[in-house]
Design a protein around this ligand. Structure first.
Ligand code: A2P
Length: 319
C-alpha cells in the first residue's frame, strides 16, 4: 500500500475511503473496506455519520482485524466552529462520535465561517466574514489541539495557494495537508505543484465525479467523468475500469485519493487500482482533459448577502 509521508513524519495511506454521502451504508462499507485492506478513512462532523464510522472501526479492532495504530482517521472542523473557543469542543465532539481518543488528521473543512448556531446558511446574516473569524485564529486553536494530543496532524481543505501562503506566514505548525476537489476535469496543476513543493500533502476529493451528490449540488449538462471516451479508451489498455483509471491517475501524480463507495465489489475494484500503472501516453492524454470544472462549485457560500464571493473563495477569476 502506497503511503505519503507528511511533514510530521507520519505516514498516511495514499488511498483512503471517502465517507461523504455514505448514509446508512456507512457501517457495512467500513467493515468491508477494512477486510479488503483499506486503512485510511476520511470523515467529517458534517457528514453526520461519524458514529457509524467509529463503531465499524472499533468493532474491527475488537475482533482483532486491525489495530488503531494501523488506521488513519481524518475528520474536519465545520464552518460554524471557527471561533477560537469553539474549535476544541468541535474536535472533541468528533472524537466522541468516533469513540477515539485522537485523530490522525484534522482539517479546517472550508475557508468560510458561519455563526455558531448555523449548520447551513440560507441568508447573508448566517455568515461570519473572514474579518470577524480570521482563518489564522482558527488555525491557532487547531495548533493547540495538536499540543493537547487530540490530533496528530492539522491541515485544511478547499484552500487556494494564496490562503495557504497567508496561513504559512503566520502559522507555528505548518499545514500538513490540503484536501481539494481533483480529477481530470479539475487538475489544479499549479495548486498541486505548490503544495507538494511546500511538503503539504494533497488529498483529492470527488475523484470519480461524486455522481451521488444531492440534487441541489448538480449542475445542468455537467460532464460525466466515468463515461468520458478518453478515460474509457484507456481502460482497454489496462483491462480495468474507468474508476480504476481515475484512481490510478490520482495516485500517480503524487496525491492521496479518497473515492467513496458503499458497494463491496466497487470497494474492491477501487482498492485494486493501486496495482495499475498508467504509461506516459495515458498520463498525457488524461492531462489534456483539464477544463477547470468544479463539481463542488461553492456557490452555496455565496448566496445573496454573504461576505464571500466565488472569486474570494477560490482566489481565482470565475469564468
Ligand atoms: P457507490 O457508493 O454505489 O459505489 P466520489 O468518490 O467522486 O465522491 O464518487 C462516489 C460515487 O461514485 C458514488 O456514487 C459511488 O457509488 C460511485 N462509485 C464508487 N466507485 C465506483 C466504481 N468503481 N465504479 C463506478 N462508480 C463508482
Amino acid at each position: 500500500m502506497k503511503k505519503i509521508t507528511l511533514r510530521s513524519g507520519d505516514q498516511m495511506p495514499a488511498l483512503g475511503l471517502g465517507t461523504w454521502k455514505a448514509d446508512e451504508s456507512t457501517y457495512p462499507a467500513i467493515r468491508e473496506a477494512i477486510k479488503i485492506g483499506y486503512r485510511h478513512f476520511d470523515c467529517a462532523l458534517r457528514y453526520e455519520n461519524e458514529k457509524e464510522v467509529g463503531r465499524a472501526i472499533r468493532d474491527a479492532i475488537k475482533e482483532g482485524q486491525v489495530d488503531r495504530q494501523s488506521i488513519w482517521l481524518t475528520s474536519k472542523l465545520w464552518n460554524n466552529a471557527h471561533l477560537s473557543h469553539d474549535v476544541r469542543p468541535a474536535l472533541e465532539e468528533s472524537l466522541m462520535n468516533l469513540g477515539m481518543d485522537y485523530l490522525d488528521l484534522y482539517l479546517m473543512h472550508w475557508p468560510v465561517a458561519l455563526k455558531p448556531d448555523v449548520i447551513f446558511p440560507d441568508k447573508g446574516s448566517d455568515f461570519l466574514s473572514l474579518e470577524q473569524a480570521p482563518l489564522i485564529d482558527t488555525w491557532r486553536a487547531l495548533e493547540e489541539c495538536v499540543d493537547a494530543g487530540l490530533c496528530r496532524n492539522i491541515g485544511v481543505s478547499n484552500f487556494s495557494i494564496k490562503k495557504l501562503k497567508d496561513l504559512r506566514n503566520s502559522a507555528r505548525i505548518a499545514p500538513t495537508c490540503n484536501q481539494v476537489e481533483l480529477h481530470p476535469f479539475l487538475q489544479q496543476k499549479e495548486l498541486v505543484e505548490y503544495c507538494l513543493g511546500e511538503r503539504i500533502a494533497v488529498t483529492a476529493y470527488s475523484p470519480l465525479g461524486s455522481k451521488d451528490r444531492p440534487a441541489r449540488l448538480h449542475q445542468d449538462d455537467e460532464p460525466i467523468l466515468l463515461e468520458h471516451p478518453e478515460i474509457r479508451s484507456i481502460t482497454g489498455i489496462h483491462d480495468c475500469t474507468a474508476a480504476q483509471v481515475l484512481i490510478a491517475w490520482a495516485l500517480q501524480r503524487g496525491t492521496s485519493v479518497i473515492p467513496k463507495s458503499a458497494n463491496p465489489n466497487r470497494l474492491r475494484e477501487n482498492y485494486q487500482a493501486q496495482n495499475i500503472t498508467l504509461n506516459e501516453d495515458n498520463m498525457k492524454r488524461i492531462g489534456n482533459l483539464d477544463r477547470h470544472y468544479r463539481y463542488i462549485h461553492g456557490a452555496f457560500w455565496t448566496i445573496e448577502g454573504s461576505p464571500y464571493t466565488l472569486t474570494t473563495l477560490w482566489d481565482e477569476p470565475i469564468s
